[in-house]
Design a protein around this ligand. Sequence first.
Ligand code: ACO
Length: 309
Amino acid sequence: MTNDDWSKLVDTSDEWITTRTGIKERHFAAPGQAASDLVKIAAEKALEDAGIDKDEIDVIIVGTVNADNNYPSTGNWVQKKMGMKPVPSFDISAACSSFLYGLILGDSLIKSGAAKTVLVSSAEIMSQIIDWEDRNTCVLFGDGAGSAVLRESDGEEGILSSCWGADGNLGDLLVQPAGGSAMPPTEETLARKLHTVHMKGNEVFKHAVLRMQEASMKAMELANLSSEDIDLFIPHQANLRIIDATIRRAKIPLEKTYITVDKIANMSGATIPVSLDMARREGRIKEGTTVLTSAFGAGFTWGGLVIQF
Ligand code: ACO
């Protein structure tokens, strides 16, 4: 769906969306597709790419704010739909940071010996929770899913460092107010569109820049690397201006920064795995490439990792 497509539905323009966000187009799931359906597609491709059979997976982690149901978890539905063994399967709710939270958790499970092979995915169907009449938010998001297979490595490669954090005091700045136990669904909540994304965009912007910069710098410091040692930076893609401000503050060169926001918009937690996949397909990530990635999202939550491929 292009910016021009949106301009036929709400009072907006390609010019406004492009200059304020860098977004040109986004993709939406088909009616009837649930988050687990998108994970299944991504996870099957990831397993094939890794040359690993689904029976070798011993933990399934899904990051999502668009779970199929409150319960069972999307991870459980993925297990069923992919015909996988009865291994632990669960969801992470950390919004745009959920894939990085999943990588950090999966890495820890492997390092502790609790798991050998972990499937980490994120899927979002933001088109189901945006207010299609609110130009302030509807144009910003896209749908998608991405998956990664984690396994112990015997060489230099792997997750070299990670950091994560959260500040629940700022939860009201980006929230889907209704539908949970704090505000169960009623006719009134539906009429007032309280099941959609509510956001104080300017406030989110400021915190996103600060936390993405901090997480990026912390992850590099923990890996004992500087931005000169990083081959590619894959930030969460909410807005080109957030990315620009982050790289300026963290002193990461633009030519090392991978931009996908123009093509996929903000896919929340699915943004980073989809961007990683796009970078690999374009040849920007090869064996030996050192990737820095960082994210910020509702909660607020944030995280950063350095990954040696
Ligand atoms: N088309 C045209 N005009 C619009 C649109 C639109 N789609 N959306 C808002 N406007 C108008 C507003 O109504 C306002 O008009 P007014 O001055 O008459 O009231 C005007 O544009 C300016 O609005 P601002 O809020 O000042 O615009 P700003 O430059 O801050 O950009 C934006 C807004 C793009 C939302 C920005 O604040 C932002 O990107 N914030 C980060 C939020 C985000 O990306 N959240 C995603 C989840 S969190 C994450 O992933 C990190």
